[in-house]
Design a protein around this ligand. Structure first.
Ligand code: MRU
Length: 338
């Protein structure tokens, strides 16, 4: 599978697969400036924590090319700040922006700033695939030879530059000769599971079945699920943030004695915060109150649309990272520091 986002050399601009078109159309769009990038992030044309980190870094390279020349570095910083705050929950977005900004160092000439920020963004993009490969190999060892894995949202190649985190574990297990089937929860309201996880697994020939989010606990009760594996937007010292619905799967998995794994690169770790300090993105009414353009909630009835939820870390069997599998959060954050 091609990369989800990449630097288009001839255009000297960012290009990405527009995920709002999937599964119907697999098409890339150019991102000419920061307005377009912020729009693409907020409308989920590009989404998933690792992909957001890379988009953030490329955003700084874009800022370096489009900032006004008067007070140039200040303007680059201002544009980068807009990208950094485009969505609040995935820590990777800020991480990617900050890494590319740090690459500027003492450089001041616009051509050089453009070159060093792009070089750093390309390093982060290449690193994403290497990281996910390493993480996938760590996680694959946890799965039995014949396994059914339940997942939520899309933590696959489309949520990263490639390979995926939760789905990277599945891909690595399949590559190692294991027979793995995936149950993809549809992931209301934007259907990342039904649209994206099902699309990319079908394309790779990995068996996938889609179910409503609310069917997850029932499938666990019936006994056909060997493991739940999800991605993360942020792992604090006491909690995991991921697509809303994850928490309910974690509770159900605990109840049924099924391992609940979080697959996340170390760029998603945020040990300085507790869960209570993290902002959960609240999205617009129309995503919940409309289905294919038809209203489904009476006018005047309010809705809630938190995009993520908080899963207490004690419900997590292990966090799978590129540096190892951690059952104890203290060891996880010690590895992050080292
Ligand atoms: O709103 P989204 O689609 O950006 O949410 C994505 C998720 O919740 C993913 O599970 C998470 O970012 C991990 S992606 C490897």
């Amino acid at each position: 599978m091609e990369r989800t986002l990449w630097w288009d050399g001839p255009l000297d601009r960012l290009r990405l697969i527009d995920q709002t078109l999937l599964p119907g159309r697999y098409e890339s769009i150019p991102i000419p400036d920061i307005d377009a990038l912020v729009e693409a992030i907020q409308s989920l044309r590009v989404r998933g924590a690792p992909a957001l980190g890379v988009a953030g870094a490329y955003g700084v390279a874009l800022a370096a090319r489009t900032a006004d020349s008067g007070c140039y570095l200040e303007n680059v910083g201002g544009l980068a700040k807009r990208v950094r705050s485009a969505r609040p929950t995935a820590v990777n977005l800020a991480w990617g922006v900050d890494r590319a900004l740090a690459a500027i160092g003492e450089t001041t000439a616009p051509d050089e700033v453009a070159a060093v920020t792009l070089a750093e963004a390309e390093r982060i993009a290449d690193g994403d695939i290497a990281t996910n490969r390493a993480l996938g190999a760590q996680g694959a060892a946890l799965l039995p030879d014949d396994a059914t894995v339940l997942t939520h949202c899309n933590a696959g190649a489309l949520a990263c530059v490639g390979w995926g985190t939760a789905l990277g574990v599945v891909r690595s297990a399949v590559e190692a000769g294991k027979r793995v089937r995936v149950i993809a929860c549809e992931t209301r309201p934007l259907l990342q599971g039904a649209r994206l996880t099902a699309f990319e697994l079908q394309r790779d020939g990995i068996p996938v079945t889609v179910c409503p989010d609310s069917a997850g606990a029932e499938l666990m009760r019936e006994g056909g699920i060997d493991a739940v594996i999800v991605g993360a937007d942020r792992v604090t010292r006491d909690a995991v943030f991921n697509k809303v619905g994850t928490y309910a799967h974690a509770i159900a998995a605990k109840h049924h004695g099924i391992p609940f794994y979080v697959a996340a690169p170390t760029s998603s770790l945020d040990p300085f915060l507790s869960g209570a300090e993290v902002e959960i993105e609240e999205r617009g009414r129309s995503e919940v109150a409309c289905l294919c353009g038809t209203p489904t909630v009476p006018d005047g009835v309010p809705v809630r649309n938190p995009a993520f939820d908080l899963t207490p870390i004690n419900l997590v069997t292990a966090v799978i990272t590129e540096r190892g599998v951690f059952r104890d959060p203290k060891e996880l954050f010690a590895a992050w520091r080292s």
